[in-house]
Design a protein around this ligand. Structure first.
Ligand SMILES: NC(=O)c1ccc[n+]([C@@H]2O[C@H](COP(=O)([O-])OP(=O)(O)OC[C@H]3O[C@@H](n4cnc5c(N)ncnc54)[C@H](O)[C@@H]3O)[C@@H](O)[C@H]2O)c1
Length: 248
């Protein structure tokens, strides 16, 4: 397999399972030195042990804690000496109608999805500034562009991640750091199977021009491109991968 990510140090948050893990495997197979940073340390260790490139790291990281994110960035630099790419993938998406939503439920989603993206980026940014290069890739969602029923908290958090992406891209460009986001539609993961009832997924699929839900594999090539030098002149962009569900 072509080692297109050889020598790249790539940190992926929330990659102990789901989309993050599939991306981690794909990048590792192509030579990347991958660090999986997840709140579920046991699952992160198991996930990392399966990565083909033995130059790899599992780290406990709670993206909502500044101390934890700073420790994570330090551990990655101690092991690999630098961070080339940060993928802010950790996320949380419980469905709850607005009228039933508690303040605590709202805050938890904002804390993991938005504050987590802020804190991890904040911890890794000085490393990239020192290098005068780096790529930050934020996992947004089509919910952040068009909204979703039961998703006021989630849609707000992902719309804010898109805003953060664009603003930071403007600040960081002159230092050689790019910041982009990816906005997937519904992707079939273990979590989505639990979160959405089957009939809702069937209904949603009717609005997808490509006629099916996304798979984790549908995201790996585009993230690989976003990690590679092929995307060096791209910043502040949101790449939508949703089978045509939104065309904006
Ligand atoms: N699955 C979809 O349909 C879909 C669609 C659009 C966007 N996304 C986004 O993609 C990302 C991954 O989604 P997924 O379906 O793979 O989710 P998932 O539930 O399978 O995985 C989420 C991971 O995040 C970790 N995590 C949760 N809270 C954390 C915290 N505080 N600190 C560190 N790690 C934490 C979990 O342990 C888990 O490993 C999320 O940001 C999600 O919002 C998913």
């Amino acid at each position: 397999m072509e080692q297109i990510h050889e020598h790249q140090v790539i940190v992926i948050t929330g990659a102990a399972q789901g989309i993050g893990l599939t991306i981690a495997r794909y990048l590792s197979e192509r030579g990347a030195m991958v660090a999986i940073a997840d709140i579920n340390e046991e699952a992160a260790i198991k996930a990392v042990n399966d990565l083909p490139n033995k130059n790899r790291l599992a780290i406990h990281c709670d993206v909502t804690s500044q101390e934890s994110t700073l420790n994570m960035a330090k551990a990655v630099v101690e092991k690999f000496g630098r961070i080339d790419v940060l993928i802010n993938n950790a996320g949380y998406f419980p469905v709850k109608l607005f009228s039933d939503m508690s303040v605590a439920e709202w805050n938890k989603v904002i804390d993991i999805n938005l504050n987590g993206t802020f804190l991890v980026s904040k911890a890794v940014y000085p490393v990239m500034v020192k290098q005068r290069r780096g790529k930050i890739i934020n996992m947004a969602s089509v919910s952040g562009r068009v909204g979703g029923v039961g998703f006021t908290h989630y849609s707000a958090s992902k719309a804010a991640v898109i805003g953060l992406t664009k603003a930071l891209a403007k600040e960081a460009g002159s230092i050689g750091i790019t910041v982009n986001a990816i906005a997937p539609g519904v992707i079939e993961t273990e979590t989505t199977k639990h979160v959405f009832p089957g009939f809702a997924l069937k209904e949603y699929t009717k609005s997808v021009p490509l006629g099916r839900l996304g798979t984790e594999a549908d995201l790996q090539g585009i993230v690989s491109f976003m990690c590679s030098s092929g995307s060096d002149y791209m910043t502040g962009q949101v790449l939508t991968v949703d089978g045509g569900y939104t065309m904006i």
